[in-house]
Design a protein around this ligand. Structure first.
Ligand code: ATP
Length: 248
């Protein structure tokens, strides 16, 4: 049954290497159709939270040891990342991870690997992505490794869109990009949200930028959520201003 909450993370703990407790009881929710930000300094646990949701911790000897995760009304802890993609939840990892030796278009097509709805539908989505990302259309034949950081980030988001997700977990989209390009990326997030109804959970160190586009934010410090609220309220909060926005 479709509820108003697309994702709820309930009190999860994550341990690396059997002993290092990194998430110490994290809870958060994403409303259907929302853009929610996880904010915090380097090492606070943002990436670990996203990877816990999409079950990508095993490769790093990490494990969810407590709590539960519900996506779209279904308990998804212990579900494989590809099963989650089939259910509509996909992660775009930090650092973009395009296939450097494939063209932009080939990269986009790899995003459709879980689909069984035929070439015509996939082609149609490719055209939709080119409409939303004119820059990717221009560069469709270029090897991804030779495109700019911003184009690679767009490619990574576009590739995720090719799986027809209900929700994208987006890790640090601003990393290494000029402010103007970061703006462009967040504009795209907003467009995908508005036009396709995709929900977003975005991990960001760039608090100012994230709070401009998100509707709600969670702030993490050393494996815990220490504050949350509507983006507009967080922007006006004195502690947030001082410690995260650099406004005394
Ligand atoms: P970043 O912006 O660097 O991604 P983050 O807020 O996403 O930071 P995480 O990458 O989730 O933070 O890291 C949280 C904590 O977990 C850090 O203290 C980090 O050193 C630790 N950590 C991350 N990966 C591992 C691992 N594979 N083994 C042990 N500790 C890890």
């Amino acid at each position: 049954p479709a509820t108003d909450t697309i994702l709820s993370v309930n009190n999860i703990e994550v341990v690396y290497d059997h002993v290092i407790l990194v998430l110490k009881g994290v809870s958060l929710t994403v409303p259907r159709g929302g853009i929610v930000a996880i904010l915090g300094a380097n090492g606070a646990g943002k990436t670990t939270t996203l990877k816990a949701i999409s079950n990508l911790l095993h490769a790093e000897r990490g494990e969810v040891t407590k709590g539960s995760i519900l996506f779209d009304g279904e308990q998804v802890d212990h579900m494989s990342p590809s099963d989650l993609v089939r259910r509509g939840c996909i992660q775009v990892m930090e650092g973009r991870h395009c296939f450097g030796h494939l063209s932009i278009e080939e990269n986009l097509m790899t995003g459709a690997f879980t689909r069984r709805d035929g070439k015509a539908a996939i082609r149609q989505d490719l055209e939709m992505i080119y409409e939303l990302f004119p820059r990717l259309k221009q560069r469709r034949g270029s090897m991804a490794g030779y495109t700019s950081g911003g184009e690679q980030q767009m490619c990574a988001v576009g590739r995720a869109m090719m799986s027809r997700p209900k929700m994208i977990l987006l890790d640090e989209p601003s990393m290494g990009l000029a402010p103007q390009v970061v703006d462009e990326i967040f504009e795209i997030v907003q467009k995908l949200n508005a036009s396709q109804g995709v929900s977003f959970l975005v991990a960001e160190q760039n608090t100012a930028m994230a709070l401009r586009y998100a509707t709600f934010g969670y702030i993490m410090e050393t494996g815990r959520i220490v504050m949350d609220g509507e983006a507009s309220a967080l922007r006006e909060n004195e502690d947030v201003k001082e410690f995260y926005l650099g406004i005394a």
